[in-house]
Write a protein that binds this ligand. Structure first.
Ligand SMILES: [Cu+2]
Length: 238
């Protein structure tokens, strides 16, 4: 009887081990083949062969699935690209923060109806932007995140961008959800509190992130010396 029990356990273990092994094999096998001259554009084949157009041997490419997995793996634990909240920019386009991957990010949290600190924070952002060599601007995104997502709709953010001549492609304005904004503020150590239906008290912090979404530098205050902020931007921007 003991021997029978032992045999059953052994068989179960082997089956479990086998299926586990074939799973990982399937993942490793996720390769596709494509014409090296891209005769048929992005078309891929599941097996080796030759291109029906130019007759060259198809070359092995990583499957899209494997690429997506690799992209996700590249996000470090400290990166803001791990946040899964949904945002809309001033054009009304919806995306997650990881869509901003690949550029240096200079970020600040403001709200457009602020009469006190925010206009000065916006001026500080423009002052930083003005000191960046023009050829670097294409690799930098200056992002203004609203702390008042109920009022600051994409339309309103767009109007604000135009009024302040901040409608070049390197300026981005974001509307989040109430929870998403709160979560993002926590990551930046920005504190804010609604003090009346149209007013917030808030920290004045400008943050620099590298292209991987990792925090590199923060400056706190209004009209402060921004030399270190600019040095940090230039250091991480190709
Ligand atoms: Cu303000």
């Amino acid at each position: 009887m003991k021997i029978l029990q032992y045999t059953i356990v052994l068989i179960f273990t082997m089956v479990a081990f086998q299926s586990c092994k074939s799973d990982s094999k399937d993942q490793a096998m996720a390769v596709e083949y494509q014409c090296p001259m891209l005769c048929e554009g992005d078309k891929v084949y599941n097996s080796e062969g030759t291109c029906p157009v130019c007759k060259m041997d198809l070359k092995q490419v990583e499957s899209t699935e494997a690429k997506v997995k690799a992209d996700n793996d590249e996000i470090s634990e400290e990166s803001i690209f791990n946040l899964t909240s949904t945002w809309r920019n001033e054009e009304g386009e919806e995306f997650q923060l990881k869509a901003l991957k690949g550029k240096t990010l200079v970020m600040v949290m403001i709200y457009t109806s602020c009469k006190a600190a925010c206009p000065r924070l916006v001026a500080d952002m423009r002052n930083i932007e003005a000191q960046i060599p023009k050829d670097k601007l294409k690799n930098i995104d200056f992002v203004l995140v609203s702390i008042d997502p109920e009022v600051d709709t994409p339309e309103r953010l767009k109007d604000f961008a135009i009024e302040n001549q901040m409608d070049d492609s390197h300026w981005t304005f974001l509307q989040g959800t109430v929870g998403g904004v709160r979560e993002f503020a926590n990551v930046l150590s920005v504190k804010y509190k609604e003090i009346s239906p149209i007013d917030f008290s808030h920290s004045n912090i400008i943050s620099v992130f590298n292209a991987e979404g990792e925090l590199m530098h923060q400056q706190e205050g209004l009209g402060v010396n921004n030399k270190e902020t600019i040095a940090s931007i230039l250091e991480v921007t190709p």
